[in-house]
Design a protein around this ligand. Structure first.
Ligand code: PLP
Length: 465
């Protein structure tokens, strides 16, 4: 007897349920069919998963796509390259701080980017004759994607589910997460908290023989794990300094937070908020807003230091994927990025996003409800829900607050991403909702987002009483 249920032909999360389906989108709004009902004029407060920088149905990008289809010819990138991928790499490098990056590899997803990055970092040490370097350091409560390699350097419920088939823990070391709301002790200053984290990292490095460590990977502004926690002052520069001291590569994962979502200088990289411009990472992975949902594209940016070692060594990256440097995808991503930068949209989202976040913080934390923290920077914010604000006690996962909040928001005309602890991306209890609107939002959109989120918090708070 077969148990196959025909409701969904797509093999994804809830296999036997009819999934909510998007019918269309225009600008900052989407129309979705859910449980037989059509929801129109829903504000896309999270643009899928922090993807849609330009919003939906952008006519200029329709033209870019048409032109790209006419002018892009597929070739296998290891044998014959293309101008489109070169131009996109040059554009990214030119819109990053001077000498931050020298080259880029383009692939199709953030997970693939991190997977590629792990290999590029390993090969970097081979190029320098250091064959003992075989260990990666990353953080507790982190998300880096869903391939075996990217799960191995992550720590979340998905990684736990697949733990027996990942790279061994002795090769993928974990340092404590930076999460002041949860772990900065009462009476401890921010500087003391940061120093404690850096001391723990240094101990991990020393205890595991620095000569064997390839890299340290950190999400600049985490998203799908602990919600958008801005790194406190000195934290990322402190990691940079430890990488320099022990000759270890620093890799920032900006797949979700990067490519214009949160940049204070009108450019692309999130780390510019937190690190001196001449002391950036050695490698950086990007994705999501790069193609803004119009094409599937992600990438690895490498610094001059990394590129030089390859050029002076074997002068070649081992291996490639069929769709690496895909001319059509690169061409469309370049069109997307040119429009974003040309129209000053990274500046707009930094300003509008901060307005949205700060207003939410003021409105939500000033009254009694289930929100314990509102945090973020630029166009990337999150709410953390607690049943006891004073003691910061989370709801039990069985109450499924993250997902319930998402549903309530939907009923109130706003799309957010709700995450429930131990189920989605977190390893611990806790419920988070992410906000990552498109870069084109106006002050009026911000007012509407705030009003709908606040109403949803009020509704869920009342329902829990
Ligand atoms: N890295 C980070 C920080 C992410 O947030 C994500 C996805 O949410 C990924 C990597 C994986 O990207 P993708 O889902 O495109 O494979």
């Amino acid at each position: 007897m077969t148990v196959t249920d025909k409701k969904s032909y797509v093999f994804q999360c809830k296999i036997s349920e009819t999934p909510a389906q998007v019918i269309g989108g225009k600008g900052t709004r989407i129309t979705v069919e859910k449980d037989g009902k059509v929801y129109d004029d829903v504000i896309d407060g999270v643009t899928g998963a922090a993807v849609g920088a330009l919003g939906w149905g952008d006519e200029d990008i329709v033209d870019v796509i048409t032109e790209a289809a006419k002018t892009s010819t597929y070739t296998f990138p290891s044998l014959i390259g293309n101008k489109q991928s070169e131009e996109l790499a040059k554009f990214y490098i030119d819109h990053s701080p001077k000498d931050a990056f020298a080259s880029a590899l383009w692939c199709c997803s953030g997970s693939e980017a991190n997977e590629n990055c792990m290999k590029i970092m390993y090969q970097y040490w081979l190029e320098r004759g250091k064959t003992k370097k075989t260990k990666f350091i990353s953080r507790d409560s982190s998300y880096h994607g869903f391939t075996i390699g990217s799960l191995s350097i992550a720590d979340n419920a998905r990684a736990v589910a697949f733990k027996d088939i990942l790279l061994p823990g002795t090769q993928c070391l974990k340092m404590p997460v930076c999460y002041p709301y949860r772990f900065q002790k009462k009476g401890q200053t921010e500087a003391e908290y940061v120093q404690g984290l850096l001391d723990a990292l240094e101990k991990l490095i020393v205890d595991n023989d620095p000569e064997t460590i390839i890299s340290i990977t950190v999400e600049t502004l985490p998203g799908s794990s602990i919600g958008t926690v801005p790194p406190p002052k000195g934290y990322l520069p402190g990691i940079r300094a430890l990488c320099n001291k022990y000759d270890i590569l620093m890799h920032l994962d900006e797949v979700m937070c990067g490519t214009g979502r949160s940049n204070p200088n009108g450019g692309l990289n999130c780390w510019e908020n937190f690190m001196p411009l001449d002391q950036g990472p050695d490698l950086q992975t990007v994705g999501k807003t790069l193609g803004s949902g119009y094409v599937t594209i992600a990438g690895v940016l490498v610094s001059p230091k990394v590129k030089d070692a390859y050029v002076k060594g074997s002068n070649g990256v081992i291996g490639s994927h069929t769709y690496a440097s895909h001319a059509f995808n690169c061409s469309v991503a370049l069109g997307v990025q040119k429009k974003i930068i040309g129209q000053g949209l990274t500046k707009n989202i930094f300003k509008m996003g901060n307005l949205m976040g700060e207003t939410l913080k003021k409105e939500l934390l000033s009254k009694d409800n289930i929100v314990g923290d509102v945090r973020g920077i630029g166009g990337f914010w999150s709410l953390e829900f607690v049943k006891d604000r004073e003691e910061k006690i989370s709801f039990p996962p069985k109450l499924d607050i993250g997902h319930r909040f998402q549903d309530v928001c939907f009923e109130n005309g706003i799309n957010v991403m709700g995450m429930t602890g131990n189920y989605d991306y977190m390893t611990d209890d806790g419920d988070i909702a992410l906000l990552a609107p498109s870069f084109i939002i106006t002050e009026k959109d911000v007012e509407e987002i705030v009003a709908r989120v606040v109403k949803s918090v009020d509704d869920l708070t009342a329902a829990l009483k």
